[in-house]
Design a protein. Structure first.
Length: 619
């Protein structure tokens, strides 16, 4: 994994300069410099960095690529896009998104009432709003209100009952008005085509959303009966997030295109758009043999345009406008989680830790001799001997024939023999050697929560690129596992021999060592859970001026302990009073000690839940 696979996932957004990873924009500051800048202001624990220029880059890429495809095929329909709010609703992201998309007529997609209010308040008049998911009467009424405000809003029908509610709300809100205003209407179709991977169930006949062919005909007849057919203007489908293969999309496009053509032939003149949903994948892999996307954005846009044009020509219908709701592609790259390493847990496996006796058990002495006489020609044989001796010695310990020091010496010596053997045989491509790296892996305790900052890793085994902020001019040699600070064994990014990950050997008492987790801008924040009550990390927006200089602003500090408890509906005034009374009523303390202890307690209550680094404690 050369340079932590940055050439695979990085998209030229970050570069390695000398020993640091730097932002490839403006004057190319290092992430270490940015991190230290923020920490010097007193912010500790993990930090989430947002880069608005990367949001703009993705928007520019999406629109320009479809513009090129339209030009190449002389496509007559227009291209539109909206951002699905479920991907990231945090204001520091959404405000930046709406700012950098000015001029693109870019809108938002909502799937709940709260998201719809965000869309109604932040989407410019005329830019598209799409509303998906299950809806009640109140939510549909909000869509009518948005239309009356002048918004270009489309309600996507997920079932016949929703259409019945639209008809009812139309009667109630438009019966006594001079001008009837109705939102645009879309119908989500339940495709025969299914997706692939984790989100394959988003498509196919068993999918959660959409109308069958029978229900589609019924909806058509209802729209016609209640004079709403001229509001039907969009066909919608979605075959799943993170679509790694282009083939299922092409199949779905043909199916949706033919449904569009059939409705046009039935006289639905207002029907003009096909919404292909989201699914445009992001490359998360740091290893070439595990890459997640088998197509480029150019291939994606060309296939969409070409297939829609082919079907339109064959069916003799106008070429539809194309809508996308690709949120992961827009949001993922814009944010980076930075977290410090607090401790290495396996550094006791070194020669200094040995407690050899004047007379050791024969097998322990033999392990020591194996280690001292190890060389390339005998490394594999001695490694096998060491593993065999370890099993024998652990059995002897269980039977009471050797003591704890002997067991400790056994573990250290076997670890050292494996580590040295792998180094000596590093040029040999052997599965056995790769598997044994798991035995010598170093455990890095990192000051963050997997459940809060990388929930898709915990829930879906989605990997995220990880890179240390410095020492990148030195080849890392420690097979690494990453432990978070939650008291949960699932809070670990374990070492995998098939996709090995290495970090540097460091002394955290002498220097700080930070890890950066990339492509965290999609879903991770909104899905992050307060496991152990670790909350959203401190965040900062990194902006660049015209001269290429950066500024870290928009800082929102992680919640302090009392705010966290308040969010859980604890009465913090009662907690405050209880803590204070217990100190004041303690017979173990003098009055001066009580005052000092109260001051210390309130200082801690004003901090967040994340741990302090050793360096911070020493200061």
């Amino acid at each position: 994994m050369k340079h932590f696979g940055i050439d695979i996932w990085g998209d030229n957004n970050f570069i390695i300069k000398k020993d640091t990873i730097n932002v490839n924009y403006g004057k190319q500051p290092s992430l270490l410099e940015i991190t230290n800048n923020i920490r010097e202001r007193g912010y500790k624990g993990p930090i989430l960095l947002r880069f608005p220029h990367l949001i703009k880059k993705q928007i520019d890429t999406l629109f320009q690529t479809f513009k090129n495809a339209k030009k190449e095929f002389d496509y007559k329909g227009d291209f539109h896009a909206v951002f699905p709010l479920k991907v990231n609703q945090f204001p520091n992201f959404i405000h930046e998104l709406m700012d950098v998309t000015k001029g693109y007529n870019y809108g938002l997609e909502a799937g709940s009432k709260a998201e719809l209010i965000i869309a109604m308040s932040l989407t410019p008049i005329g830019a598209p709003i799409t509303v998906n998911g299950f809806k009640d009467k109140e939510m549909i009424a909000l869509c009518f209100i948005a239309a009356k405000m002048g918004h270009n809003i489309t309600i996507t029908i997920e079932g016949i009952t929703e259409l019945e509610t639209i008809i009812q709300v139309d009667k109630e809100l438009n019966s006594n008005v001079k001008k009837r205003v109705v939102p645009k209407i879309g119908v989500r179709i339940r495709l025969h085509s299914s997706g692939i991977g984790i989100w394959a169930k988003s498509g196919g006949y068993s999918s959660k959303f959409g109308l069958t062919s029978t229900e589609l005909i019924e909806a058509y007849e209802m729209l016609k009966e209640y004079s709403l057919l001229d509001s039907l203007w969009m066909i919608h489908f979605h075959i799943g997030s993170q679509m790694g293969d282009i083939a299922p999309l092409k199949k779905a496009l043909r199916e949706a295109g033919n449904i569009y053509a059939e409705l046009k032939k039935r006289g639905v003149e207002s029907l003009r758009a096909i919404n292909i949903g989201g699914g445009l994948a992001v490359e998360y892999s740091q290893h070439k043999h595990t890459q997640e996307r088998n197509y480029s954005i150019k291939e994606f846009s060309n296939d969409v345009i070409y297939l829609m044009q082919e079907i339109s020509k064959s069916k003799n219908v106008p070429e539809p406008d194309i809508f996308t709701e690709s949120g992961r592609f827009i949001a993922a790259s814009h944010s980076v989680i930075i977290a410090p390493v607090l401790e290495l847990f396996s550094q006791e496996y070194n020669e200094k830790s040995l407690r050899l006796k004047e007379k050791n058990p024969p097998l322990v002495q033999e392990l020591y001799d194996l280690f001292n006489s190890l060389k390339k020609t005998n490394a594999r044989e001695y490694m096998h001997d060491a593993l065999d001796h370890m099993e024998s010695l652990l059995t002897l310990f269980d039977l009471g024939y050797i003591d704890l020091e002997d067991r400790s010496n056994t573990e250290i010596l076997v670890n050292l023999i494996i580590k040295k053997s792998i180094q000596l045989l590093k040029d040999e491509d052997a599965n056995e050697l790769r598997r044994l790296q798991d035995r010598i892996q170093e455990k890095y305790l990192v000051n963050f929560s997997v459940f809060q900052s990388l929930p898709d890793f915990w829930g879906l085994s989605q990997n995220f690129p990880i890179v240390p902020l410095n020492k990148l001019d030195i080849k890392p040699t420690n097979p690494a596992s990453i432990w978070d600070i939650t008291c949960d064994s699932d809070g670990e990014i374990g070492f995998k021999p098939k996709t090995p990950f290495y970090l540097h050997d460091i002394d955290v008492e002498e220097e700080e060592y930070f890890l950066a987790f990339f492509l965290t801008g999609a879903y991770q924040e909104v899905l992050g859970m307060k496991h152990n009550l670790f909350t959203h990390p401190t965040e900062a927006v990194i902006r660049f001026d015209k001269n290429g200089n950066y500024e870290a602003d928009g800082i929102i500090e992680a919640q302090n302990l009392m705010d966290i408890l308040d969010d859980l509906d604890y009465d913090t005034s009662i907690i405050d009073k209880s803590l204070k009374n217990k100190i004041e009523e303690s017979s173990n303390l003098t009055n001066d000690e009580k005052r000092e202890l109260l001051g210390t307690l309130y200082l801690y209550l004003s901090e967040n839940s994340y741990l302090k680094t050793i360096q911070a404690l020493q200061k």
